[in-house]
Design a protein around this ligand. Structure first.
Ligand code: HEM
Length: 225
């Protein structure tokens, strides 16, 4: 890394703000997809919602395997904050929706397979790539995800407990995680060029997520037809 480029990047806007601003329009494509709209408007049935949980399982399995791989990387490891991992909660939700033999009953679609392919390509050897994908999912879960979790519970008429919505429940306060996450982004040892590469990968991650819910939305139309 070139020290002066590093200093330039650090002297300007904090990276967390730059990243958010540079990718917010890509976020919008996720929010407005037919499936996500149906989800936040409470128009999905239990099986339709469970499909999303099933698609996310291989994604988090890989992300958290990559987190293990990155455990000794000084730039990437701090992002794997205690209590942030979601795989165990996802698996509890899958058991709730599909029963104890959920593993035999879920199948990743093409979009999830493409997402996983990209995760394998960039998250295991490139710390910035890992953080890009990690940020896109976990900061999302801590943000809009919190609202979505409430809607899911209402939509599916779930009891007041956590069954079926463990994925959205964090041990600590979401705001505290997000504040900490942004401090970590701002402290990441990346020069402007590396920051740009990370931003590019976050955009790619948003596209992969949008494709995933687009595919689920197509399934809805087929069901309705
Ligand atoms: C209907 C669906 C969604 C809604 C309503 C929604 C809503 C929001 C809102 C309101 C925020 C801002 C929270 C804040 O400033 O504290 C946010 C942040 C975020 N969302 Fe979403 N979101 C949705 C879907 C998604 C998806 C599918 C992803 C990616 C997988 C995602 C990733 C993010 C990320 C990474 C942030 C944090 C941005 C930052 O502050 O750096 N969101 N979302």
């Amino acid at each position: 890394m070139n020290d002066s480029a590093h200093d330039d990047a650090r002297a300007g806007e904090p990276f967390s703000a730059r990243l958010r601003a540079a990718t917010w329009s890509d976020h919008g494509d996720n929010e407005s997809s037919a499936y996500m709209s149906a989800l936040v408007e409470g128009r999905l049935g239990r099986d339709e919602y469970a499909l999303l949980v099933a698609q996310l399982h291989p994604v988090y399995e890989l992300l958290e395997r990559a987190a293990d791989r990155m455990a000794s990387d000084p730039a990437a490891a701090p992002f794997d904050l205690p209590g942030l991992r979601r795989l165990e909660a996802l698996e509890a939700d899958l058991a709730f929706f599909y029963g104890p033999r959920w593993r035999d009953r879920i199948e990743p679609g093409e979009a999830a397979a493409r997402y996983c392919e990209r995760l394998r390509e960039v998250c295991f050897a490139w710390p910035g790539g890992f953080v890009a994908h990690h940020y896109t999912r976990y900061m999302g879960d801590l943000s809009g995800g919190q609202y979505i979790g409430l809607q899911v519970r209402k939509m599916l008429g779930l009891s007041a407990g956590d069954d079926g919505v463990r994925f959205y429940r964090f041990a600590g306060k979401p705001k505290a995680y997000k504040d900490r996450y942004r401090v970590l982004l701002d402290a990441a040892p990346w020069d402007a060029a590396e920051q740009d590469r990370v931003i590019g990968e976050v955009k790619a991650a948003y596209r992969l997520n949008a494709a995933l819910t687009r595919e689920l939305g197509e399934g809805l139309r087929h069901t309705a037809a």
